[in-house]
Design a protein. Structure first.
Length: 322
């Protein structure tokens, strides 16, 4: 692992029924875990859309695990050098629809200037930055099924070119009434109502502040088809794949020796994950490596006939990254 290698030092979840990333690897117990009915309340949750509240809840444990939060919740990293990269395809659709309804009924004179910023597509990343005083690059990726992996790619790039020392990457999708209407196709499929957060930084930066890396982002690739993206990330001189986190509607023959590789489809349990999928997959991969799972972790998203692209990511344990 070189000093420039991007590593993950913190993971956080806000997914109903789950306590942490390890729960992504286990069958649902039906007991305990995050409860949106209580977890999305409180002073800092006021006047925010559901996706922003979920993102805030996921960011806190990720930052705390990374050793970047003080006891009183103050951010301990370099504020100007901390980026926020959010992946979401549906995000604040509820706020946008609310404002569209107001315009339809009362024209623009019915709009509140105080609420208009809530319709910004970057509002989720903005709330994270405001809450923790982060003043580095602030980006939202809205890129279909590959969006979560794309967000990790851009976070790694921001760190590589020294635009940031730390990047907080969040994948979030809310199960709101407008989202349900948008996705209604008569199939009765469930959709995710949750968020995952990762703290990403260079190995050198983590070492300088005595942080414990949990996993390394060995390779990330995006291509027109899934087979090409997977072949690109598997060029890395890393351990054989020990876990393959599949995308929705992914063909089982995409990865070499796929039948011999244990696989996990998070959407089978969590529902349609959209822009949060890649970040959730990475969180599950960190949990797999953290409990002693063998080999590297391959994540894939997109690549179905309806998609315009596919993405793949290779996650390795510390010491195994090229």
């Amino acid at each position: 692992m070189t000093p420039e290698t991007a590593v993950i030092t913190g993971v956080g979840l806000a997914v109903p029924g789950l306590d942490g990333a390890r729960d992504l690897l286990e069958p649902p117990s039906g007991d305990g875990g995050f409860d949106p009915a209580t977890g999305l309340k409180g002073r800092e949750m006021r006047h925010k859309d559901r996706a922003s509240r979920l993102a805030l809840r996921a960011a806190e444990p990720a930052l705390r695990e990374a050793g970047l939060l003080s006891d009183d919740g103050t951010y301990g990293g370099s504020a100007p050098a901390t980026a926020v990269v959010v992946s979401t395809n549906f995000g604040n659709l509820d706020s946008v629809c609310d404002f569209a309804d107001i315009i339809a009924e009362h024209t623009v004179t019915g709009l509140s200037p105080l609420g208009l910023p809530h319709t910004s597509s970057n509002v989720i990343a903005g709330w994270i930055a405001i809450r923790y005083g982060m003043r580095g690059p602030n980006v939202t990726v809205c890129n279909g099924p590959t969006s979560g992996t794309d967000a990790l790619y851009w976070a790694r790039n921001l760190i590589a070119v020294r635009r940031a020392e730390v990047a907080v990457v969040i994948g979030v999708e809310p199960d709101t009434e407008p989202v349900a209407r948008l996705l209604s196709d008569g199939s009765g499929r469930t959709v995710l109502d949750g968020a995952a957060a990762l703290v990403v930084e260079s190995a050198a930066h983590a070492r300088a502040r005595s942080a414990r890396p949990l996993a390394a982002l060995a390779e990330v690739a995006r291509a027109s088809d899934l087979r090409t993206a997977v072949a690109e990330v598997l060029k890395a001189d890393a351990a054989p794949v020990g876990l393959w986190l599949t995308a929705e509607e992914t063909a089982a023959d995409v990865a070499p020796d796929a039948d011999a590789v244990p696989s996990l489809d998070l959407t089978a349990r969590l529902g349609h994950c959209s822009g949060a999928l890649g970040v959730l997959q990475c969180a599950a991969g960190v949990a797999h490596l953290g409990r002693g799972g063998s080999g590297s972790v391959l994540t894939t998203s997109g690549g179905s006939p309806a998609d315009d692209a596919a993405a793949a990511l290779l996650l390795t344990g510390i010491g195994a990254a090229p």
